[in-house]
Design a protein around this ligand. Structure first.
Ligand code: SAM
Length: 274
């Protein structure tokens, strides 16, 4: 059995104590922060152990969001959401959405199309689960649209709080000019985790990230009055995570605001906002 530091971190935590588990594990592609396994099978076995421990920690009304991209071997692509899906189903979890996260920046491929999306598998433990749509509604395209006939004629037809954000999320990934950029090569944008925290938990609930990196999940949790838990094998990342939480508490942490438009036509060349 593999020695996985996050299992050591999770084992003392109580059954059912986490309302939400959000994470992005390594993809076994040889990044500096991962110990690459020789086969995809042995990687999946490690993931199975971590997922099993997450299911133990998950609250009966809770959610797991596993954010992944592709494992690539000799140019062949293995989408990790497909590879890992059965590990969650084997525990009886139910898939609620497969969220597509689209971003514009990344490696330029020559033998295939450049990858510009990753996915989040959102599973719940049961059918009775926390989901609050209102805090994550986004501005409607036509907020003043009205019913044009029938008994509601003349009344606004949309929700005044905005619309459901849908399952395709267009959010900038954290590259060099992003305000949240640290030394981590693959950190979450805080706004991505915030959507999950705000819709799938209530204030004072606990949120865990077992592959925490520089603590973006913990920041999103604490920022919204939840408790954040996380661990990582790289001490430097854990130090930065603490630093970010301290900055958040001091009011000095810079994050990209939620719902800030990704494009601003007034910027040069219809530019991307930061
Ligand atoms: C894709 S990154 C996650 C980045 C994170 N979402 C953030 O916003 O910073 C995966 C992280 O998992 C960590 N890691 C790899 N194996 C681990 C293990 N067994 N236990 C804990 N952390 C691990 C790596 O050091 C890396 O920081």
């Amino acid at each position: 059995m593999a020695c996985l530091p996050n299992l050591d971190f999770m084992r003392p935590l109580a059954d059912g104590s986490m309302k939400l588990i959000v994470t992005s594990p390594p993809y076994n592609i040889g990044k500096s922060y991962e110990r690459k396994k020789t086969t995809l099978d042995s990687y999946v076995k490690d993931q199975a152990q971590v997922i099993s421990e997450c299911v133990r920690l998950l609250h009966p009304n809770g959610s797991i969001c596993w954010q992944v991209g592709n494992h690539v071997q000799n140019g062949e692509v293995f989408p990790l959401d497909i590879v890992l899906y059965h590990l969650f189903k084997d525990h009886g979890l139910k898939l609620r959405n497969r969220i597509i996260w689209h971003f514009e920046h990344g490696l330029h491929c020559s033998g295939r199309l450049s990858g510009r999306h990753e996915t989040i598998l959102w599973f719940t433990k049961g059918n009775d689960y926390t989901f609050n749509l209102d805090p994550i509604r986004v501005p409607s395209k036509y907020p003043n649209k009205k019913y044009y006939k029938g008994p509601k004629m003349g009344q606004l037809s949309g929700n005044p709080l905005g619309k459901n954000p849908g399952d395709v999320w267009i959010l900038p990934n954290v590259k060099n000019n992003h305000v949240e950029k640290t030394i981590h090569p693959c950190q979450f944008p805080v706004e991505l985790v915030e959507r999950l925290v705000l819709s799938m938990t209530s204030p004072s609930d606990s949120v865990l990230d077992p592959y925490m990196g520089v603590g973006s999940t913990v920041v999103a949790a604490v920022m919204n009055g939840r408790n954040g838990y996380g661990c990582d094998t790289v001490k430097e990342y854990v130090d930065i995570a603490w630093q970010r939480v301290h900055q958040l508490r001091a009011g000095t942490l810079q994050t990209r605001p939620r719902n800030k438009p990704v494009y601003d036509p007034k910027l040069p060349r219809g530019g991307h906002t930061r």
